[in-house]
Ligand binder design. Structure first.
Ligand SMILES: NCc1[nH]cc(CCC(=O)O)c1CC(=O)O
Length: 343
């Protein structure tokens, strides 16, 4: 496999053992604009927490950035956003990787683990309307309007509530997607995108409304940045202490534990919503059939003071969803994917 490595600061090739200005800790990132903005957020937090250490960013091209034509749903395992970066991490080319936690598979490769999850942005999905149109919400869109999104979770949930709308795939980075939305002859009336990404990219003013629980649930991990590290790397673990956010870590641990039980390895229409207040973690989880006709949703509340307890909340929610029929929905989706992949 070809790994394209682009070095931002010449002289930052060295694998860091002890960081000095000439031997910095290397943060691995995808090369997209959003990925780099996010990597720089982590870099800034690390610099504030450790003013005497030096840090640098190295970008690596990943499968998901290169394959833009095939539907995401058919590309299978989500490691297409992470694999090449993880090879760099294990090989010592980078010391940590910054990811959108949403794109990180629930099971990490041997030797890799999450070292920290940073304080979360508003994790909701948002509506962005074609420029020049006055619509504010999905309810406002006329019959037959085309809404762009590549997420099976979004389409499945929206078909349930908005059967009068049409949904069409839209790929590419955020800037590209918004350019496709605004193109005079383009098919889309609106797009659904993660609020966090839009805000980080400076597109916040284009958000006309947000999709909220309990009628619409966001993706597991959405809006949070995860830092992946080598298991057992004490120095990097130490550096990341104080950079992570406890509430976000427990919320996303529960969400990811739920998904891990449900998915059995494929990307599925699973929604989540969590609140951590006092010591109480509330998790709303959902599974929706691709056509939106079958939907199961459950809420679990637990007192949480450890990662293990957060995981239990997620697993409990997954088991309740399976009891309510989530297993059947997921089995049908597996069959659908196989049939399409073979076609
Ligand atoms: N699927 C791609 C992706 N991965 C993370 C974000 C946004 C940032 C985040 O959710 O943390 C996006 C764009 C989107 O879904 O609109």
């Amino acid at each position: 496999m070809h790994v394209q490595v682009e070095v931002h600061d010449p002289g930052s090739y060295a694998v860091s053992i002890n960081s000095t200005p000439s031997n910095p800790y290397i943060i691995g990132s995808r090369a997209s604009k959003l990925a780099l903005i996010q990597a720089n957020l982590v870099l800034s937090s690390l610099r504030i927490a450790h003013p005497t250490q030096s840090f640098d960013i190295l970008t690596v091209s990943v499968e998901g950035d290169r394959n833009k034509s095939q539907a995401l749903y058919l590309l299978g395992g989500k490691s297409l956003w992470t694999k090449e970066l993880e090879l760099e991490l294990l090989g010592g080319g980078v010391d940590m990787i910054v990811h959108s936690l949403k794109d990180v598979p629930t099971t990490l490769p041997e030797g890799c683990e999450l070292g920290a999850v940073l304080s979360r942005e508003d994790p909701r999905d948002s509506l962005v309307v074609k420029s020049g149109l006055e619509y504010k919400t999905l309810e406002d869109l006329p019959q037959g309007s085309v809404v762009g999104t590549s997420s099976v979770r979004r389409v499945a949930q929206l078909k349930r509530t908005f059967p009068h709308l049409q949904f069409q795939d839209v790929r590419g980075n955020l800037d590209t997607r918004i350019a496709k939305l605004d193109a005079a002859t383009g098919p889309y009336t609106a797009l659904i995108l993660a609020r966090a990404g839009l805000v980080r990219m400076g597109w916040g003013e284009r958000i006309s409304s947000d999709l909220s629980a309990p009628s619409f649930l966001h993706a597991v991990g959405q809006g949070a940045l995860g830092v992946e590290v080598r298991s057992g790397d004490q120095k990097v673990a130490e550096l990341l202490r104080g950079v992570g956010d406890q509430a976000t870590e427990w919320r996303t641990t529960a969400e990811r534990a739920m998904l891990r039980v449900l998915e059995g390895g494929c990307s599925v229409p699973v929604g989540a919503h969590t609140v951590f207040q006092g010591q109480e973690l509330t998790l709303l989880g959902s599974v929706t059939s691709l056509d939106g006709t079958v939907h199961v949703q459950r809420e679990v509340v637990g007192v949480v003071s450890s990662e293990e307890e957060a995981r239990e909340v997620g697993e409990r929610c997954a088991r309740l969803l399976v009891q309510d029929g989530a297993g059947e929905i997921l089995k049908d989706i597996g069959k659908d994917r196989e049939a399409r992949a073979a076609a």
